[in-house]
Design a protein. Sequence first.
Length: 253
Amino acid sequence: MTSLDDTVALVTGASSGIGQATARALAEQGATVALVARRAERLADLGAEIAAAGGTALPIEADVSEREQAEAAVARAVEELGRLDLLVNNAGVMLLGPIADAPVEEWEQMVEVNLLGLMYTARAAIPHLLEAAAREPRRVADLVNVSSVAGRIARKGSGVYNATKFGVGAFSESLRQELTRRHVRTSLVEPGAVATELQGHNRPEVRDQIERRFEEMEILQAEDIADAIVYTVTRPRHVAVNEILVRPTEQEQ
Ligand SMILES: NC(=O)c1ccc[n+]([C@@H]2O[C@H](COP(=O)([O-])OP(=O)(O)OC[C@H]3O[C@@H](n4cnc5c(N)ncnc54)[C@H](OP(=O)(O)O)[C@@H]3O)[C@@H](O)[C@H]2O)c1
């Protein structure tokens, strides 16, 4: 395992769930972590917790679906922390239900956060990742995009979420090919069901259906995915983990 001492990471969606667990885990490996999301209070609490454990964190309030805010968040992290070695593009929303008669605002939000927000943040980060990849201590940089099993298998009732996550997969693979010779590793992480706030934003009838699907199952914890992300970004310089799919053992699809 390669240490993350003297590196800087930026995690989007760090105010809860997978992003929060990942920010903690990267800080434990020695990275200074910029924490990005809309809920500033949650970020401040996490920042204080990381500091109390001996780490360094910078909370940055931003809505990544607004291009200027995504760009400003990356710029502020680099300005205040001096560099950017790792980006974890994790912020996302999952608003499920049938396509016919769906509230179109839900589709717009998913496309704006899961796809455009991820792309804006990646674009803003790339010059800094390239710079970090040419420097000590690691001479490699990491861009991790959080997709989903839903980015590999489409299901009835999650068409637009599927479309955004399939899109994340395509974007990631193209970007991987573009940057890999310059030692920026682009990785795709695809979780199965994880116990987070994600499903809580759905309409009640949709939420009930999601809960029924997983009620008998021991699903993943956010830390399980943070663990996969830490594994991915701590490989030696010549090893790129391109894609990692993690399901609860009992999840069939
Ligand atoms: N939980 C699962 O079963 C599961 C499975 C597969 C993939 N995933 C993926 O994992 C990622 C993280 O989800 P999670 O499960 O950890 O859910 P979560 O607990 O709801 O976390 C989502 C995070 O995204 C942030 N976010 C949402 N909209 C944002 C915006 N416009 N700008 C900035 N941040 C925004 C939220 O922060 P604020 O609300 O404070 O902005 C929150 O920190 C998502 O991409 C999701 O699709 C989750």
